[in-house]
Design a protein around this ligand. Structure first.
Ligand SMILES: NC(=O)C1=CN([C@@H]2O[C@H](COP(=O)(O)OP(=O)(O)OC[C@H]3O[C@@H](n4cnc5c(N)ncnc54)[C@H](OP(=O)(O)O)[C@@H]3O)[C@@H](O)[C@H]2O)C=CC1
Ligand SMILES: CC(=O)N[C@@H](CCC(=O)OP(=O)(O)O)C(=O)O
Length: 345
């Protein structure tokens, strides 16, 4: 299969290249750049040298949609809105890593991303690519809206409880933390080393663009779902997300029952690992892998559940989840190219 990566010089693009390079179904990778076309990718990132070098190509949608089987868009918000419609109608399937195609309600995109939304046709074609919860739709799709990093961790963490209506959605609090690479390759005042190191900061309080994405999925699981409290913090580490989630149970329940609910929901999912009772994952447990690790407990004094969900933001939160979606789109083994264990320590 032939794959193309737009935004290959960015953090998500580099991860895609690293994974696709050793993917058993990928024979050819073309890398695209809007600012460095004509340069060698391996000159910019010598650590990515492996055999044949890659000249960065101009983005030419008419050619790409016929030449390629799959195009990954690892580009900033706003790019895919115009690019995806130009890539539709040919041979290539499109997997968009940005937030452009995730929100079905155009007014929500406008409100939270402060940009003009994608058109109805492309939004109608885009399938939300959270494989553990939407496999059948993904397999039929031509366009995938790859989930955001925080929503991936949060939704995999709360899914079983919300789906089973065991807790009041209005009690849901998601307290999330991310490494700095979540903000992409260009530093700003907050992500600059001098500010971020030895620091810990909350940001986008009640204004994070992933709030409507999380709420959209919760609404699908439970139409009575309410707005959620979702906070994000910047941690002085390179990669990793931890979502610590709190929920009030509707009725009394044992922790053993909760544990077995999670185990049974995810037992057939190759990339969600539910911890044994009393064990909680940390971000290094999934570093460089496509795993989401989940730990769960219940405080009998408050009847409140605590769920800890961790992912690598650039892997299960972006690039490797996009490849998992590609595997499903092409009816390949969902695990193809993704079986590496986490890098530790
Ligand atoms: N970082 C993360 O953990 C996650 C990121 N995402 C989303 O994935 C997308 C990529 O993120 P990330 O890789 O971190 O971002 P980066 O900023 O690291 O890279 C984005 C790349 O997009 C390219 N680009 C910029 N402008 C344009 C344009 N107008 N047209 C085409 N390409 C353009 C640039 O490459 P060039 O100049 O060579 O074209 C750049 O290298 C973003 O939408 C992000 O929000 C989603 C989940 C997690
Ligand atoms: C640390 C950090 O800044 N992380 C980014 C993650 C952005 C992202 O993943 O963007 P989209 O899902 O909207 O494409 C943030 O919180 O905005």
């Amino acid at each position: 299969m032939k794959a193309g990566i737009v935004g290959a010089t960015g953090y998500g693009g580099i991860e895609l290249f690293r994974i696709l390079n050793v993917h058993p179904q990928i024979d050819d990778i073309t890398l695209y750049s809007s600012s460095q076309a004509g340069e060698y990718f391996e000159d910019i990132y010598p650590q990515m040298q492996r055999g044949q070098s890659h000249i960065l190509a101009d983005v030419e949608p008419d050619k790409m949609k016929e030449d390629l089987d799959v195009v990954f868009l690892a580009t900033p918000a706003g790019v895919s809105i115009d690019l995806t419609p130009q890539l539709q109608g040919g041979k290539a399937k499109v997997i968009d890593l940005s937030g452009d195609l995730r929100l079905k309600d155009q007014s929500l995109y406008k409100q939270w991303y402060k940009k003009e939304p994608a058109g109805e046709a492309v939004l109608g074609a885009a399938v939300y690519g959270l494989p553990e919860w939407n496999k059948e739709n993904i397999q039929q799709a031509d366009v995938i809206a790859n989930p955001g990093c925080f929503p991936t961790a949060a939704l995999l963490g709360v899914g079983p409880i919300i789906k089973e209506r065991l807790a009041s959605p209005s009690s849901l609090i998601i307290d999330a933390k991310s490494g700095v690479s979540g903000a992409g390759k260009n530093p700003n005042l907050i992500t600059h080393f001098a500010h971020a190191q030895e620091n810990f900061q909350i940001y986008k309080v009640n204004q994070h663009q992933h709030i409507p994405e999380i709420e959209q999925q919760l609404q699908q699981w439970d139409e009575d779902s309410q707005p959620v409290t979702f906070s994000t913090h910047l941690v002085p580490m390179t990669k990793g997300i931890m979502a610590t989630i709190y929920l009030q149970l509707n009725e009394e329940m044992t922790v053993e029952k909760l544990q077995s609910l999670y185990k049974s929901y995810y037992e057939k999912e190759p990339f969600v690992r539910v911890r044994e009772m009393g064990s909680f994952p940390c971000t290094k447990d999934v570093y460089g892998s496509n795993f989401c690790d989940i730990g769960i407990t219940l405080d009998p004094r408050t009847n409140r559940v605590t769920i800890v969900s961790v992912i690598d933001n650039l892997m299960k939160g972006a690039a490797s989840q996009a490849v998992q979606n590609m595997n499903l789109l092409f009816q390949a083994d969902e695990r193809a190219g993704l079986l590496t264990l986490p890098v530790y320590p």
